[in-house]
Design a protein. Sequence first.
Lengths: 92, 136
Amino acid sequence: MTQEILPPLSASVHVKPASWRFGLRLWVPLFLLWLLLIPLLILALPLLFIASLVFRFSLWRSLRAANGVLAATRGSQVEVDNRNTRVFIKLH
Amino acid sequence: MNDNRRQILDMLAQGKINSDEAERLITALERSDVPAARDTSNVKYLRVLVDANDEQEGPTKVNVRVPMQLLRAGVRLTGFIPDRAREQVNEALRKEGISFDINKLTPDNLEEMIEHLRDLSVDVDNERAKVRVFCE
């Protein structure tokens, strides 16, 4: 069983409302979002550490679990198609 | 008793092998009898397909693919639920008539469940919607 360790690095988003002639195809670089969030996480680490001592939870385990959930979303796909709109989202 | 084991015992009785050799052979035989570990790695996604026909919205198709890893990660998160909260969840479930103990929800049990999900296919078909849930 292989386990993903990296969160989704990009997302494909296709949107095509029925009124539009052509649909919108977007490639969303999610890795940029993670790069922006890393400094925020580093800044929040002391607060998280204090919270872990007060509420008695393992900070390392919590961060690993949160990363595990994020990483597990890779490969998710949602497609909705009705007469008004067609939406497709896929996490890579 | 299977044929191989009987054959080893016959060889021991006939003096063709000694007791140490028989023991080694039986141990090797038992090792080969152990079924291979359950491989759930080929069950990668839970797929939900909905084909609805709403009077106002018209025909709608929904196709959702959820990675099994997300299910596994979610179960790992249950380890963070405090004991008191677990009891409250169990009690709430009991009140709803669901006899389920979330303490028994462990990654090992989940693998077993995923193993069973491999052959699962749920089809709901009525005049307004068709729903299909399966693993792939």
